[in-house]
Design a binder for this molecule. Structure first.
Ligand code: G1P
Length: 286
């Protein structure tokens, strides 16, 4: 079984649900407590052993590429001023030289189309997808849990989570729910609440086989008039196994204002240095 070495991070979305914050700043660069949201996603992927990151970007997203580069003047100034702690932290969280690729999605045709743009860079090997809108806090990185599950069952593995109303998400149809790792028999993108096949929604973390790319090439528009990854996965399910992992942890949908706010609360109150003060501040405020 090939290891999962590459991850695709689609970051071309316009962030219309969190305007005006995203008018001039990519939504992935909005800070969650003390760092841009995208940093948490890259950290999650690195913890799972990902060696190469493929960013599918769009216009006005250059700040993401700059963020992962060295900031020479800034870092030199920190060095001169002997601010070694933050300098070390910047170096620690920066991915290895050569480990990032950036490819443009030239038209907003949907998530499926964005993933298809990464085809040449991923090549013919299984790979991960992390949707950066979703931040996942977990005792063990969500993608690490998935890589371990993939080691047991192979094929395709997607992370899911229960919720009351999954109609804004992709929803899976499990064969049975006897444990956290379940074989799937279907999935549907943004079903009406009353016809959703389960309460398990797709959290935005996937391990997929490269055959998905052939299917994405011919995938027509689905929900919302967009080329949906979920629809291509349904077709791949005809010839390959899919498992869903109900992972341990919690997700925060930073594509929505309240989800983004909640992510800030979660990360601030869990911070090793400032968490207790943040909790006290919150209690006072309420
Ligand atoms: C996408 C996927 C959906 C998934 C969601 C998670 O939807 O298509 O299946 O549940 O991400 O965030 P989007 O948020 O792009 O509408």
């Amino acid at each position: 079984m090939s290891p999962i070495r590459k991850a695709v991070l689609p970051v071309a979305g316009l962030g219309t649900r969190v305007l005006p914050a995203t008018k001039t700043i990519p939504k992935e660069m909005l800070p969650v407590f003390d760092r841009p949201a995208i940093q948490y996603v890259v950290d999650e992927a690195r913890a799972a052993g990902i060696e190469h990151f493929v960013f599918v970007t769009g216009r006005n997203k250059a700040a993401i590429e700059d963020y992962f580069d060295t900031a020479y003047e800034l870092e030199d100034t920190l060095r001169v001023k002997n601010k070694t702690d933050i300098l070390d932290e910047l170096e620690r969280i920066r991915p290895e030289p050569g480990s990032m690729s950036f490819v443009r999605q030239q038209a907003p045709l949907g998530l499926g189309h964005a993933i298809a743009c990464a085809r040449d860079i991923v090549g013919h090997e299984p790979f991960a997808i992390l949707l950066p809108d979703m931040l996942v806090r977990a005792p063990k990185s969500c993608l690490t849990q998935m890589v371990e599950a993939y080691g047991k069952v192979g094929g395709n593995v997607i992370a899911v989570e229960p919720c009351e109303d999954p109609s804004a998400y992709g929803v899976i149809d499990p064969v049975d729910r006897s444990g956290p790792l379940m074989k799937m028999k279907g999935m549907v993108e943004k079903p009406p609440r009353e016809s959703a096949p389960s309460n398990l929604f797709i959290t935005g973390r996937y391990i997929l086989q490269p055959e998905i790319f052939d299917l994405l090439e011919t995938q027509g528009a689905g929900a919302g008039g967009e080329i949906q990854l979920t629809d291509a996965m349904v077709r791949l399910m005809e010839s390959q196994d899919f498992h869903a992992l109900e992972y341990e942890g919690a997700s925060y949908d930073c594509g929505s204002k309240l989800g983004y706010f909640e992510a800030n609360l979660a990360y601030a109150t869990a911070d090793a240095e400032h968490g207790d003060a943040a909790k006290a501040m919150l209690r006072d405020f309420l």
